[in-house]
Design a protein around this ligand. Structure first.
Ligand code: NDP
Length: 500
């Protein structure tokens, strides 16, 4: 195990022939490729195929051709296959995690390696859950009828994923999608395709071992606006799973038309700190929520709403906590936060901070990129106080390592601020009162709410996703709940009087 990103060896599978179509590793038809640049060192890690519509056509055709045989494979056999994927990922976890740390920027020990283990777990959970996917038998008024229901795969499933969790987010779709019998064409984010390509080698190895037809799983790299756009609109794609920004999700839904979609979109998670909270715990959790993966998490703590009665004490504590986060090379065991992944995220973070300062907020820690680093993407843990509702830090998702403190006077006001931005992915509340917990649980408009832990808390098997009517999407990723979203219900009515 190396301790500096510059020493990471890039496996030879990562090159201009690292697309997977019909079971073969290939180049883009045009031969075009694009570089993947490390945010940690600035080095080009590899050049991968830059696909276009023609490559998508081939991949979708391969998936379509493989589907009849794959969907007929016995469910227990498919479960074994998906479990084998989990096993192969676990074997490769350290190698893939090193590549992830250097291409994404997240610390190896505390984030990249745990992400690979969770990636494997998502395949394992899907394998375990799919064999227990029961469906109702429905009593009928007509005594001659027996009505059964079955969950069926859609066919070709498109999966498009972001750069903040390069393997775990894909696995949330691929485990359940493959377990129920869909064939997949996926497109990873252009900033971080490498760790997913290595994971795809594990998937293909398992498919080969089980002798399934080529094309059950296909992977294409290339620009979202070209490859992703063509893929989601493709007439032979029946189901689209997408994680990414809300604006991209809106474009995809308009392009996908009446296809089934699973949309996991942006968040603007508040952590609410009530006057009766354990403030030390609240500050620790807020720091995790704001600085894990340098704030580039869909359920990051984007805003900290603090009761005015405990504001001064809480601010002292959060500044202390933030000061303990160590910015540096993700391969250095001392590092707890790596650089931002990309320039647009750094620019957005700066824009939100500049807007807040111009409107009167005060930076208490950090606030600007650090110079003298190998790239310009090293942004330290930042705390900013006096944030108000009109500031971009409140209204938009920042996605950087920023802890913005907003003060409230009543619980009603806290709920109004929390719900006021239209996002509703995951929120958290710190309070010592169970009555308070349920009061907030009833009023917060969100898919997930956590009490007395960070907004970044989740476990792989819990249902996770946007709250109804919010900008954070629809459908559920996590455990058995995803199985419903990647299948459709078929009802079969049998007249037993007329059946031999
Ligand atoms: P983007 O929406 O920019 O990109 C996500 C993926 O979509 C990438 O693979 C991208 O390709 C592709 N894409 C871009 N444009 C199109 C298009 N027109 N048609 C089809 N595909 C397209 O998101 P980010 O990568 O910036 O990810 C961060 C966002 O993801 C944040 O908003 C975050 O909150 C959200 N997210 C949500 C989660 C949830 O569970 N709700 C979990 C994690 C993140 P390319 O890379 O080539 O541009």
């Amino acid at each position: 195990m190396v301790t500096a990103s510059g020493d990471v060896r890039i496996p030879e599978q990562l090159g201009d022939d690292s697309n997977l179509i019909a079971g073969r590793w290939t180049k883009a038809r045009s031969g075009a490729r694009f570089p993947v640049v490390s945010p940690v060192t600035g080095a080009v890690l590899a050049e991968v195929p830059e696909c276009a519509a023609v490559d998508v056509d081939e991949a979708v055709a391969a998936a379509k051709a493989a589907w009849p045989a794959y969907r007929s494979m016995h469910v227990f056999k498919r479960a074994e296959l998906v479990l084998r994927v989990a096993e192969l990922i676990r074997k490769q976890a350290e190698t893939i995690a090193e590549v992830m740390a250097v291409e994404q920027g997240k610390p190896y020990t505390t984030e990249a390696l745990p992400e690979l283990l969770e990636t494997a777990l998502n395949f394992q959970l899907a394998a375990e859950d799919v064999v227990r996917m029961e469906t109702p038998i429905i009593p009928m008024r007509d005594p001659a009828k027996r009505v059964l229901t079955f969950r069926e795969p859609y066919g070709v499933m498109a999966v498009i994923t972001p750069w903040n969790f390069p393997t775990v987010i894909p696995s949330e779709y691929l485990g359940p999608g493959l377990a129920v019998g869909n064939c997949v064409v996926m497109k990873p984010a252009s900033a971080t395709p490498l760790s997913m390509i290595l994971t795809a080698h594990c998937i293909q190895q398992a498919l080969d071992e089980f002798g399934v037809p080529p094309g059950v799983f296909n992977l294409l790299t290339g620009p979202g606006a070209v490859v992703g756009d063509y893929l989601v609109a493709h007439p032979d794609v029946a189901l689209v799973g997408f994680t990414g920004e809300t604006v991209t999700g809106e474009v995809i839904c308009s392009r996908a038309g009446i296809k089934q979609t699973l949309m996991e979109l942006g968040g603007n998670g508040p952590q609410i700190v009530c006057a009766d909270a354990n403030l030390e715990e609240a500050a620790k959790a807020a720091a995790t929520g704001c600085f894990m993966n340098a704030g580039q998490v869909c359920c990051a703590t984007e805003r900290i709403l603090v009761d005015r009665k405990v504001h001064d004490e809480f601010v002292k504590l959060i500044v202390g906590e933030a000061g303990s986060w160590v910015l540096g090379d993700p391969l250095d065991p001392a590092t707890t936060m790596g650089p931002l992944n990309n320039e647009p995220t750094a620019v957005k973070t700066e824009r939100h901070l500049a807007d807040a300062r111009a409107k009167g907020a005060q930076i208490l820690l950090g606030g600007a990129r650090q110079s003298g680093r190998p790239t310009d993407l090293y942004f330290p843990a930042t705390v900013i106080d006096g944030v108000t509702r009109d500031m971009l830090l409140n209204t938009e998702e920042t996605f950087g390592p920023v802890a913005p403190v907003i003060t409230f006077d009543t619980d009603d006001e806290a709920v109004e601020i929390a719900n006021g931005t239209g996002y509703g992915l995951q929120m958290s509340v710190f309070t010592s009162s169970i009555r308070h917990c349920f009061w907030y649980a009833d009023r917060l408009r969100t898919g997930n709410v956590v009490f007395n832990d960070t907004t970044d808390y989740w476990e792989a098997h819990e249902p996770f996703g946007g709250g109804g009517g919010t900008k954070s999407g629809h459908g559920r990723l996590g455990g058995r709940y995803t199985l419903d979203d990647v299948t459709h219900l078929k009802t079969v009515a049998i007249d037993i009087e007329k059946t031999l």
